[in-house]
Design a protein around this ligand. Structure first.
Ligand code: ADP
Length: 422
């Protein structure tokens, strides 16, 4: 059966978040990294999330990449589409939420979409079109100082209106409280009046369910990952998700396990400390790596010796004082580049040496590893800790990967991750 739900996410971590939500909601999900080049998705998939980096890209580029992604998702059989945005509505007066949404609507030959940025579980709520983050308005949440997308206006109807050609409306809370039928009727009324995008008020998870139910026949839904649970529910109701119980099940080829930790966050440093007390650990010194061409190869040889007995940890994670000293010596950009190049090389070497379970800590570090291993897509498994699932690359042969943002995971994460792998 072809895929059902096609999602276009405007950044990588947003895509991962959405993919995890879909798996929890019972959809077998793959996450593609950038616009896929070929028909790489297998048949047994319910949802596909394409991770773009379009949030702060020039608007024309964001629109073009989103349209290309849509085409690919349509060819994969998807019948409903989500444009995944950040729950803090990260954008500027130029876009890219408005222009991308309008372009997707046109391409889908549709003229109306709900915009549901709320994520009550993460304390993002919308009332009368105003976005609240925790107890305060978006414009007092710190987001007003964001370096690329400063959110100084908390009224999302106004914000989106400035980004769009068409008319932007509001689905007020009173309507949502009256249930899905009332929302459907209100949407139809707004659509007939010429409104093309509506910001939906949302205070609680139940409200998202109501919105998703009302959107079950909509070609496009714009929103944060919260709306995805209800959209998956619509497919359940139609009896289209027979594999819900095993949505996150992966089969990772048997092989060795390794951790590459390039994050210097406190969480990762604590995880490194715990793991290093239990299995072999090799620390990378960026200064040494910068001056000795053979240093990475030496690390790899040592790692291969350790691997025969079990998992190995290779890390560059350093406490702030040491990190600062390294950056003073090499410059911050060069230090980061040296470490990322080493991690990329090590990932290739470890996989060639038989590692099939690779855990990577750090967002940039993960990016470098994914690129080095030429990974275009990941099947998403169940979560080990919140926001951190096992994944299976769509490469041939496939490997198991955990791509962990620096701050994620419990202190014993690097131990638990290998205890009961899929
Ligand atoms: P996080 O998710 O915690 O932000 P990232 O991998 O995104 O982790 O960022 C960490 C950055 O720090 C990477 O660019 C990495 O190459 C760099 N880095 C890691 N270890 C060191 C080190 N010891 N000295 C200097 N830079 C380092």
């Amino acid at each position: 059966m072809p895929a059902l739900l096609g999602c276009i996410a405007d950044d990588f971590t947003g895509a991962t978040d959405l993919a995890g939500t879909l798996v929890r909601a019972g959809m077998r999900t793959v996450q593609m990294i950038g616009i896929p080049e070929a028909d790489t998705v297998s048949a047994d998939v319910d949802a596909i999330v394409i991770a773009l980096k379009s949030r702060t890209a020039p608007t024309a580029q964001a629109v073009a990449e989103s349209l290309q992604s849509l085409k690919w998702l349509q060819a994969a059989g998807c019948c409903q589409f989500v444009f995944k945005i950040c729950s803090t509505f990260d954008s500027t007066d130029k876009g890219n939420i408005g222009p991308v949404s309008e372009a997707l609507l046109t391409a889908l030959d549709s003229d109306f979409a709900m915009v549901c940025p709320a994520f009550p579980r993460n304390a993002r709520r919308v009332y009368q079109g105003y976005l609240f983050v925790g107890d305060g308005l978006l414009s007092e949440s710190g987001m007003e100082q964001h370096p690329l997308t400063p959110m100084t206006d908390p009224n999302l109807v106004r914000v989106l209106d400035r980004q769009t050609q068409g008319s932007v409306g509001l689905l007020p809370y009173d309507t949502i409280k009256r249930g899905a039928a009332a929302v459907t009727a209100a949407c139809e009324h707004l659509r007939v009046e010429g409104t093309s995008l509506v910001i939906a008020d949302t205070l609680a998870e139940d409200d998202l369910e109501v919105l998703a139910t009302a959107a079950s026949d909509h070609a496009l839904v714009v929103g944060a990952s919260g709306i995805a649970t209800g959209l998956a529910g619509n497919f359940h109701c139609r009896g289209l998700l027979g594999h819900a119980a095993v949505a996150g099940q992966l089969t990772i080829p048997v092989g060795q396990g390794a951790v590459l930790a390039g994050s210097c966050s406190q969480t990762t440093r604590e995880q490194v400390a715990q793991a290093a007390a239990h299995y072999p650990a090799i620390k990378l010194d960026p200064v040494q790596l910068a001056k000795d061409e053979d240093a990475v190869a030496d690390v790899l040889v040592q790692a291969q010796e350790y691997l025969a007995a079990g998992p190995v940890l290779i890390y560059s994670s350093s406490e702030p004082k040491i990190l600062q000293a390294t950056q003073n010596k090499l410059g911050a950009a060069r230090a980061a580049a040296v470490v990322e190049a080493a991690m990329a090389h090590l990932a290739q070497g470890l996989v060639a040496a038989g590692v099939t379970r690779l855990v990577v800590a750090g967002g940039e570090t993960s990016g470098a590893v994914v690129k080095a291993l030429d990974i275009h897509g990941l099947r998403i498994g169940t979560e080990i800790d919140p926001g951190v699932p096992w994944t299976l690359s769509l490469n041939n042969p496939a490997i198991g990967l955990v791509l962990k943002s620096g701050n994620f995971g419990s202190k014993d994460f690097f131990l638990r991750v290998f205890e009961d792998p899929p």
